[in-house]
Each structure stands twice: as structure tokens, then as C-alpha cells.
Write a protein that binds this ligand. Structure first.
Ligand SMILES: [Zn+2]
Length: 689
């Protein structure tokens, strides 16, 4: 059955692709006339269901496009379970806080009872079956009690944005009919929904929201913020988009009575001690929705904090969580685990799965495997050049490193006095750093920079990192000709690949891909490394595109569009600035130059290129310097991913890591190992079982 509205449905190549990044959001006029702005901005000119390019949906395509009927979100109260949330096992895993029923709440319940909350057909027609299930799971979880939350944990690329917008449209009573919906947007406000996200994806959310429904939308960003705030607080906007930091700086936003607060990339809250987390925890909002493809990023505390936030502080208390879940599960990751530990971990994982079953939903990208091209991940082991090797060894022999290694030993290893080394014979400090213990991070950072490119260690004009500068002096002989030339700031030296193993490999790869006319995205965590790569490329007459923190959110769209149009085939991206919210399907090669301790960051980077809409196979290459600290960084990634996989699947994994997680086994990621001399060859075989 098709109606007038459906023929005007927005053109979508695929719901899973959150945005193609190529369309700049049209400027919206400000309040008090959101109605006019909406009618102009909606992308109805794109085409109809009949003449638009067919989405690559697969076999069920025709079936669900034909099925353009409203999606029933709510079952009548008796069946939907508006009451008690099921308790699984011994704990009350999800809260059921009875509270006085407000007027707003009453309206909800009436609507639920009347089963009129529906996803408008103009959105529903484009949802894949799993996306509809996602909307329903969120709706059921969010409205079965008065205070509850949910975490949509789908892998990146499965279209969390469109699922949320479908839910939001249903909550706001949107019909899909422009006239009715615009009227609704302009009518007396009945409550607003706040969507909080990283700044880098604000405009994607804005664009998607306009594309899918007729919302009155307040973008709380930039200079207009102060102007917008009174209208927001009066509830003039159905949907308000804000970035994470505005939550910290604008307390009034927190006090507003939102119908629902959505936090996109909610792992960015980190743990419950961060300022962002604390600010959000103070919110009065009863219904909270977290979105993240990687709920387990670094450790159990962060994982726990996400659930504790969505459940408004009413989840399993941390000490109990730590004892009953973290402890047993971590033991099972160790290579020397016992059968008993393995069993305990399996029981804990099962119990954890029960505790989260009602409050989260996770689907994997493999759902779409038949529609996605092949992704291959490779680790490219690069060698240190003799120049780097000499610097690495020279630095490890320095008094700083020795003092650091001896600092925690008690009694003192040099004189035998019963004092910690750092308080006895190893009181080495620097101008910028009083105690040797505080040198740990800078020392590790020097070794990593040296592995990435020696030029990262050169003095900077704007160098305010005294410690780093002092440490760097221990790496090179000042009279080294390359150093001298770099200090004279000769550009050619940066492109000299004989100095850096990684750069040599990277330039070889780029030359090969240029011949094959392949598009490449290169991610790095440091803009200085991007500068070096850019310099090396410009020596060859190439002008790569670039996205870093200096590029505004709006300008990014232009850069991404150029890359997607294949005007230029190399794009340099600062992982911090561009990891989220840009889609780079044109890339068939993704290079991660400096892998991070946190594997999720690297995964996000890859997923920029490998998502729906990608027409070709994608190869992801991580450059790791063999035999050095970097291999430990990579092993750490493997370890964290293993924990994440256990938590997600509820099962222990076959792979295990030596010398980690078990007390008394020595610490793989401890200082002694990280500051060990570089070896010729790979360390990994000694680390992973
Ligand atoms: Zn001593």
C-alpha cells in the first residue's frame, strides 16, 4: 500500500550508512519560525521510492519496501509489561523505581495504552528488519518503567542513528505526513529529546534528522547557543542536539525536564569519575539511552559506568561488580589459568549476560557480511633503521631509564639500604619533573615517538614540554649529521626514508597504490607525524588532503567530499579529530601509522572506510615496529579485545595472554618489559598462547 507520503520518502542509498558526508547541511533559520525552515530543508527533491537507486538490501529488499506500514512499538499494557522488570539470578540487575506519576508520564502511558506510538511509514519503509527489532527493543526497555535506560551497542555501520531517529519520531508522535508533522513541530511543546554527541558528528545528526523526519531541531552549537537556550528551555524544540562539552558548561541544559536523553558514543564518558560523567549523572531525565559500538573499551570500570549511567545510578554497585565479574573474567584471560578459574569465569560471564540482557542490544557487522565487501586486516612489521636502533639503545642506557627501572625496588639495589630506590640512590629528576616515578609516561612516549619517526623528538620552537625535551637529548648524538640538518629545518630531511623504518615502508606502499589508482586514508594520533608524512609527500609533488583538529566540522564535509569524489587519493586524518563521524567509503586502503593502546580507537578509524556503501574490498594495515615497545602496545590491544569479546559473547575465549592478569606472574605490560632492549624479530609469539 502506498500513500502520497511514501512517494516522498527521502532518498537513502542505505540506512546503515550514517551519512555519506558529501551533503552540507542547509543553514536553518533560527527560532521562532522553525516551521518554514523545516519545509525548505527536507530533502524531498531527491526522488521517490520508485526512481531512486535501489538500496543494496539483499533478498528481503522487495519484501520490506512493500511493507510500508507503520511499525507498532508498543503492545497493550497487559502484555508489554509496563510493570516489574524481570530479575535474573540473584541480583536485581535492573532497577524498578516507583515514582509518582507526572502529567508527562500519564500522557505516555495513555499513548502506550492506545498503541499509537508508531514509527512513521516513511522511515519504517527504509528500516532493515534488524533495525526495526532495534527500535522495538529500545522502546520496550525505555517505557516499561518510569526510570530506565538502554544501551544500543550495535557495531558501527549498522545504522544506530536511523534507529534512534525512528524511535524519536515515534516518541514525538510523528506521522510521516508533512503537514501534520510540521503542525506538530510548531504546536505547544510536549517535551523534548536531547541528543548529545561528539562535536565531530553534530552535523551528521542534524543532516540525518532533517532527512528522516519533520522535527523542529535546535542545534546547540557555536555562537547561537546563548540565543537558543531560552527557547530550548521553553521546550520550543522537539529535538536538541548538543555536544558533550556543552553539558559541562551549560548547567541549565541539565536541569531541563527532558523526555529522553541520548548520548552517542557514550564510551566517551570514560569512567564515573570524569567531569562529563558526573555532569550527566546529575541530570533529572528519567530515560537514558546510550549508543556505542564499543561498550567495552579499556576496562571493566568504564564498561560498568556506561550501564550505571543509563540506569541512573541504580545498577550493580561497583565493588560488587568488581568482585563478582571483573575478578573471575580477567583470570580467564591468562595463559596459566586453572580449570576452576575457567569455570568461575564462565559462570560470571553467563550471569553478566543475564544482567545486561534487558538493557542492551548488540548486533555485529557480520549481519551485513553478504552486503559488505571483504575487509582484511594486516599488521605490517617495520624494522628500526640503524639510526633508530642506535637511538633506542642509547636512550635505554641513559641514567633516566636506569633510575626509573630501579625506582620502586626496596631495598635500594645499589647500596642495599632499606629504602625505595627513588628515595635513595636513584633520585634522578629533571628540571620539569621532580621525581623519577613521574618520568614513566614521558620515557615510554619517547620510545614510541622514536619508533614512529625520529623527527618527532626534535626540539620544537613552541616546546613547553621541558621533560620531553630533556629526555630527547638522550636519544641522539647532537653532532649527528641528520640531526644537524633537521635542526636547520631542511624539509628534505623529513622525507629521507633511510632514517625511519615506518616512513620507508609507508612511502613504498603509497607509491604502489598510486600506480593502482587506489584511495588511501592514513590515520595518526599525532599531527606532527602527519606533518612529516605530508612533507615527504610534497617532496614528490603530491598534495594530500587532510583533516585534523584545525579543520572545522563544516569544512570537513568539503574535504570528505573531495576524497569521496577521488579528486585526491590520499587523505591524512588525525585520529583524535576525525575518528568519529566521517565516512570515507572511497578508501580501499586504510593505514594506521601509530597503533593506540586502546583498540577501539583504531577500530573506529577502520570503520570510517569499511561500512555500507563501500563497493570495494578494504585493506587495513597497521604499522608496528617489530621487536620494540610497539609490539607490546599491539599485544595490549589484543588483550583488551579479548576481554571485550568475552563480555560481548558471554563465553571465554581460547586465546590467552602470557604474563598478564595473574598475580605473581610478572607483568607483561610492566616497565621491565616495556623498557627492554629492542630485539631483532617479533615478540608476539612469546606473548600470545
Ligand atoms: Zn641506595
Amino acid at each position: 500500500m502506498r500513500t502520497e507520503t511514501e512517494t516522498e520518502a527521502p532518498s537513502r542509498a542505505a540506512c546503515g550508512a550514517e551519512s555519506d558526508g558529501s551533503v552540507s547541511p542547509a543553514p536553518r533559520s533560527q527560532s521562532p519560525a522553525p516551521v518554514d525552515a523545516l519545509s525548505v530543508d527536507l530533502g524531498l527533491r531527491h526522488g521517490t521510492l520508485d526512481n531512486q537507486p535501489r538500496p543494496a538490501f539483499g533478498a528481503d529488499d522487495a519484501e520490506h519496501l512493500a511493507q510500508a506500514t507503520p511499525l507498532l512499538l508498543y503492545e497493550p499494557p497487559g502484555q508489554a509489561g509496563l510493570g516489574q522488570v524481570g530479575d535474573s539470578g540473584n541480583h536485581a540487575c535492573t532497577p524498578n523505581t516507583a515514582e509518582p506519576t507526572s502529567q508527562q508520564e500519564q500522557q505516555w502511558r495513555e499513548r502506550v495504552a492506545a498503541a499509537v506510538c508508531q514509527v512513521p511509514s516513511r522511515i519504517n519503509a527504509f528500516l532493515r528488519p534488524y533495525q526495526r527489532e532495534g527500535v522495538q527493543a529500545m522502546a520496550r526497555a525505555l517505557f516499561r518503567t518510569q526510570r530506565t535506560g538502554f544501551v544500543l551497542a550495535d557495531d558501527m555501520g549498522l545504522g544506530k542513528t536511523v534507529q534512534v531517529l525512528a524511535l524519536v519520531a515515534a516518541i514525538l508522535g510523528k506521522t510521516g505526513d508533512p503537514a501534520t508533522d510540521l503542525q506538530l513541530a510548531a504546536a505547544v511543546p510536549r517535551g523534548s529529546i536531547l541528543i548529545i554527541c561528539p562535536t565531530s558528528v553534530l552535523y551528521n545528526w542534524e543532516q540525518e534528522a532533517h532527512q528522516w523526519a519533520y522535527f523542529s531541531l535546535g542545534l546547540f552549537q557555536g555562537a547561537r547557543r546563548a540565543q537558543l537556550l531560552p527557547d530550548i528551555l521553553r521546550g520550543r524544540y522537539e529535538v536538541v542536539l548538543a555536544n558533550l562539552d556543552s553539558i559541562k558548561t551549560e548547567p541549565a541544559l541539565l536541569e531541563h525536564n527532558w523526555l529522553l536523553v541520548v548520548v552517542d558514543e557514550c564510551h566517551a564518558l570514560k569512567n564515573d569519575k570524569t567531569e562529563r560523567y558526573r555532569a550527566l549523572a546529575r541530570m533529572t531525565c528519567r530515560r537514558r539511552l546510550g549508543l556505542s559500538g564499543t561498550v567495552f573499551q579499556n576496562n571493566f570500570r568504564e564498561f560498568w559506568a556506561i550501564f550505571n549511567w543509563v540506569l541512573a545510578g541504580a545498577w550493580i554497585p561497583w565493588p560488587r561488580f568488581k568482585r563478582e565479574f571483573q575478578g573471575p573474567i580477567v583470570s580467564a584471560a591468562a595463559a596459566r589459568r586453572t580449570a576452576e578459574q575457567q569455570r568461575a569465569a564462565e559462570a560470571a560471564l553467563l550471569h553478566l549476560a543475564q544482567c545486561t540482557a534487558d538493557v542492551t542490544l548488540k548486533r555485529y557487522k557480520s549481519l551485513l557480511s553478504s552486503q559488505l565487501p571483504v575487509k582484511q586486516e594486516k599488521v605490517v612489521f617495520c624494522k628500526l633503521t640503524p639510526f633508530q636502533m642506535a637511538g633506542y639503545q642509547r636512550f635505554l642506557r641513559s641514567d633516566y631509564v636506569e633510575a626509573l627501572l630501579q625506582a620502586t625496588h626496596n631495598p635500594c639495589r645499589r647500596c642495599g639500604a632499606s629504602k625505595r630506590g627513588s628515595e635513595c640512590c636513584y633520585q634522578v629528576g629533571t628540571k620539569g619533573c621532580a621525581s623519577v616515578i613521574h618520568l614513566m609516561f614521558p620515557v615510554i612516549s619517547v620510545l614510541r615517538q622514536l619508533s614512529n619517526h625520529p623527527a618527532l623528538l626534535l626540539p620544537r620552537a613552541d616546546d613547553d614540554e621541558v621533560v620531553r625535551a630533556e629526555l630527547s637529548e638522550k636519544v641522539f648524538e647532537p653532532e649527528d649529521p641528520w640531526m644537524q640538518s633537521m635542526l636547520r629545518n631542511q624539509l628534505t630531511s623529513a622525507g629521507d626514508t633511510s632514517v625511519c623504518g615506518k616512513l620507508a615502508i609507508l612511502m613504498q606502499l603509497l607509491a604502489r597504490w598510486e600506480k593502482e589508482q587506489l584511495s588511501v586514508v592514513i590515520f595518526s594520533y599525532t599531527t606532527r607525524l602527519l606533518n612529516i608524512i605530508q612533507d615527504a609527500l610534497s617532496l614528490q609533488g603530491r598534495t594530500p588532503l587532510r583533516i585534523d583538529g584545525q579543520v572545522s566540522a563544516r569544512d570537513r564535509h568539503a574535504v570528505v567530499a573531495k576524497f569521496q569524489a577521488r579528486d585526491e587519493r590520499i587523505l591524512l586524518v588525525s585520529t583524535h579529530a576525525g575518528g568519529e563521524g566521517i565516512n570515507l567509503q572511497a578508501a580501499s586502503k586504510v593505514v594506521i601509522v601509530d597503533p593506540c593502546w586502546n583498540p577501539a580507537r583504531d577500530l573506529q578509524a577502520q570503520d570510517r572506510a569499511y561500512r555500507l556503501g563501500t563497493e570495494h574490498d578494504v585493506e587495513v594495515l597497521r604499522l608496528v615496529t617489530a621487536g620494540t615497545l610497539e609490539e607490546l602496545v599491539y599485544a595490549r590491544q589484543v588483550y583488551k579485545l579479548q576481554l571485550a569479546r568475552m563480555v560481548q559473547t558471554g563465553r571465554t575465549t581460547a586465546r590467552a595472554v602470557f604474563d598478564v592478569a595473574m598475580p605473581g606472574e610478572g607483568e607483561l605490560f610492566g616497565l621491565e618489559n616495556m623498557l627492554a632492549p629492542p630485539v631483532d624479530g617479533s615478540l608476539l609469539e612469546h606473548i600470545l598462547e
